[in-house]
Design a protein around this ligand. Structure first.
Ligand code: NDP
Length: 333
């Protein structure tokens, strides 16, 4: 297999030197394992956390270990549960082939949906949007829901599910092309966080304030949204991608006291979550709801497919900067 291993822990934005491409022989699959050829590799912001050994909810990738990641793969040799040619969702990582325990593999039906959607709208990111928005955000008809990174797989699903529930969806994205796409998706308003008048745009787009802010990015976007939160607003804290490469705290005075004051006086609910918390109880309902919303046109999705494992590191760097436009996936073979 050709694989990409972590060579050193990145400081700030990952560099090429933080990774190494190697070609190695895979072990023969043992009992309960399968040999798989990688078709698609998912690139997700959480991977930046795995490159770091700071304490987190999941163990870091060790130096010299293959970078982890969800994959859609073809079964090469028959195993206890699968036939050659079966396509499965697994966790093969940044490599062209993998040997995996069959226990965790999920067989995909290529006739039901394009295979890559198992990594995006019908997979972990779509589920993150669904579970975080509905369980914590609880949007009601007529309320205003704001989400940033809104053209990505999580944000685009958040906005569209908010609309399914009768709420007003306001999307925040970087640059005019992404903003135009949000309008196409049916967001009620779309604004550009890179525009100099971003705060004014946000004000105009949220005349009745903000009832749900689905937090994907943190940083300057959070600073702009926080004063617009209404009484009893809900903030599912899903990600803080603006700071994943940060090496220090933001400049300026400590604003945590001001934030605590706002939580108190506006009776805010600010609740972090990792999607796996909701998986056991909500996963089946999600599959049913999301499939039907896609089928009836209420949810559309966009993928950004990069060809070739050798382009993985560059594509990943771009993800944290907003160079991707849609769910970022590497087509490996
Ligand atoms: P995206 O495909 O949306 O990629 C990240 C996007 O973040 C970029 O495209 C960019 O979009 C935006 N961004 C980057 N830097 C900034 C910045 N400084 N300010 C504003 N926006 C910025 O990623 P996903 O949809 O996969 O993930 C979205 C978020 O959800 C991430 O924070 C991720 O960590 C989190 N997440 C959390 C999970 C959980 O269980 N809690 C599970 C899955 C994802 P633009 O060009 O529009 O600025």
């Amino acid at each position: 297999t050709t694989r990409i291993v972590l060579a050193s822990r990145p400081v700030g934005e990952p560099t090429d030197d933080d990774f190494r491409i190697e070609t190695v022989d895979l072990p023969q699959p043992g009992d309960g394992q399968a040999l798989l050829q990688t078709l698609f590799l998912s690139l997700d912001p959480y991977m930046r956390g795995r490159m770091s050994d700071a304490p987190s909810y999941a163990a870091p990738v060790e130096i010299g270990q293959t970078m982890v990641g969800a994959t859609v793969s073809r079964v090469v040799e028959a195993s206890d549960r699968f036939q050659p040619g079966d396509v499965v969702l697994g966790y093969g990582g940044w490599q062209s082939a993998s040997v995996e325990s069959t226990k965790h593999l999920v067989k995909l039906d290529p006739d039901a949906a394009p295979l890559s959607t198992a990594l995006g709208v019908l997979g972990m990111p779509g589920f993150t949007a669904y579970s975080g928005l509905l369980t914590i955000g609880q949007p009601k008809e007529g309320e205003t829901v704001v989400v940033a990174a809104a053209t990505g797989p999580v944000g685009s699903a958040v906005g569209q599910i908010a609309r399914v529930k009768g709420a007003r969806a306001v999307g925040i994205a970087g640059g005019p092309k992404k903003v135009a796409y949000l309008n196409e998706l049916g967001f009620d308003a779309a604004i550009d966080h890179r525009a100099p008048d971003f705060r004014d745009q946000l004000k105009a787009a949220t005349p009745d304030g903000v009832d749900v802010y689905f937090e994907n990015v943190g940083g300057a976007v959070w600073d702009a949204v926080a004063p617009r939160l209404n009484l009893y607003a809900r903030v599912p804290v899903c990600g803080l991608v603006s700071s994943y490469n940060a090496t220090s705290l933001p400049e300026g005075p400590d604003r945590s006291g001001q934030l605590m004051g706002r939580i108190l006086t506006k009776s805010l609910t600010i609740r972090g979550f990792i999607q796996s918390e909701f998986w056991p109880s909500q996963h089946e309902q999600f599959q049913r709801d999301m499939s039907s919303w896609i089928a009836d046109g209420q949810v559309a999705y966009r993928e950004d497919i990069v060809e070739g494992l050798e382009n993985t590191v560059d594509a990943f760097r771009g993800l944290l900067r907003g160079a991707n436009f849609g769910k970022l996936i590497v087509k490996v073979s």
